[in-house]
Every structure is written in C-alpha cells, then in structure tokens.
Design a protein around this ligand. Structure first.
Ligand code: MN
Length: 230
C-alpha cells in the first residue's frame, strides 16, 4: 500500500497528523505546506490515486520561469494531510511547525475529467515529467516537475512555465497561511491552543465523529450498575 512508508515513520498516538482520508470532489487538489523542521522547506503535494504525491522543496516554489527549484520526492502522504496545520511534536518524524502555505486545485494540461486527468498525470509521473496547471491562492498557471537524470533517484526540478502568471517577485515573501492567515512563527506561539500537550485528545476534539463516540461513553457506564442490580 502506498502509505506504508508514511505510517512506518510515525507514531500516531504521539502526533496529531492524519492517518488516512478519502479523496472527494470533482477537482484534483494540491497543497503546499511550509514546514519549519530541522531545515525550513516547503512540502509540495499533489493529489493522485487518493493520496498526496509529495516533494520537499528547500527554497520553495517560484513564479519566475528562470528559477529551477530542487524538489526531492518523498513518501506519499494521506489525502487528509492537506489540511494539516499545527505542530508535529518533538521526537516525531518531521517534528516542527506546519502551515498551509497554499492550496487549491490543479489540472492536467491535456484536460479531461478527474479520472482521465489522474491517468495522464500518473503516466507523466512515471516518465519523470509532470506538466500541470495550478489554481491556487498564490500559485497560478502552468508548472512542470521534471525528474533529474543522472542525479539522485528522487531529485526533481519544479519550474514555472511562461504564461500570464509568471512573475519575477519572490512569492515566498507571502509567508502567511492561506487558511488561518498566520505565519509559521504565529502558529508556533499559539500552537498550545491548537494541539496542546495531548495531541490525541485534541484530535478527538477536532473530529466530530470521535466526539460523538466520546459523548456516548459515560452513558454506557451509567447503564452498567443498573444491569448488575437485575
Ligand atoms: Mn516536510
């Protein structure tokens, strides 16, 4: 299964990171998470076959076609990871702060419905040359991800194509989350309110289904002494 490596690297009782998730909606989604870990980098993630194909981009994306940004392909991440913003606790893989730096949909240049686009993109991924159009809040227009030959296996380049969205100004200067409007530093400072010291507990509070289960528990306890009396 595609998420084996992702799960192997993490202990889910110690981190609020998502375990899985199912893709929905008509468009293919992308997310770019700014991640202040051992080294600051941007995680560039594209939805494909229900998971997020992922690259770590040390310098972050650029809208300047002259820039070729190194992108190291990493393990697939679960679809639900795209909304993750918060703290990965110390002692866990990738420990540090994460914000959703950009998000939106993306599409194959060849068009077609979601399934057809996915097929095209997976073929391109296999060949090491992905071309797509991004409809994000910060990143727009055509981009390419090209696998480097004769380099390390997982080294790719992220390049902006020349179109009306190409710009010379540094897009990474827009450093706030497109979800919360907060910078990495602000999330780091307020993170106790988001995840707290018990991530699993916070995950339950954030998940309405788990909250339902939690509410039912005391009721079951009340019933037990009554049945003992019978
Ligand atoms: Mn990362």
């Amino acid at each position: 299964m595609a998420l084996t490596l992702y799960k192997k690297k993490r202990s889910f009782k110690d981190t609020p990171e998502p375990v899985g998730g199912k893709a929905s909606g008509t468009g293919l989604r992308f997310v770019i998470q700014k991640h202040d870990a051992t080294r600051l980098h941007y995680d560039f993630r594209l939805e494909m076959e229900g998971v997020l194909k992922s690259w770590a981009v040390p310098k972050g994306p650029s809208l300047n076609p002259e820039d070729k940004r190194l992108a190291m392909m990493v393990e697939d991440h679960p679809y639900d990871y795209r909304t993750f913003e918060g703290i990965i606790p110390e002692g866990n893989y990738g420990a540090g702060t994460v914000i959703v730096w950009d998000e939106g949909t993306y599409e194959a240049l060849e068009g077609g419905n979601k399934k057809e686009q996915e097929k095209t993109l997976l073929q391109q991924l296999k060949k090491g040359s992905l071309k797509f159009k991004m409809n994000g809040k910060k990143l727009k227009g055509e981009f390419a991800l090209v696998k480097l030959k004769n380099a390390e296996n997982n080294a790719w380049l992220l390049i902006k194509h020349r179109d009306k969205y190409a710009k010379e100004s540094d897009i990474t200067k827009k450093d706030k989350s497109v979800v919360s409007g907060k910078t990495i530093q602000a999330i780091e400072k307020t993170s106790k309110n988001i995840w707290g010291s018990s991530p699993r507990k916070n995950l339950l509070q954030k998940n309405p289904v788990s909250n339902e289960l939690k509410k039912k528990r005391p009721r079951a306890k009340v019933k037990r002494p009554r049945s003992q009396k019978l």
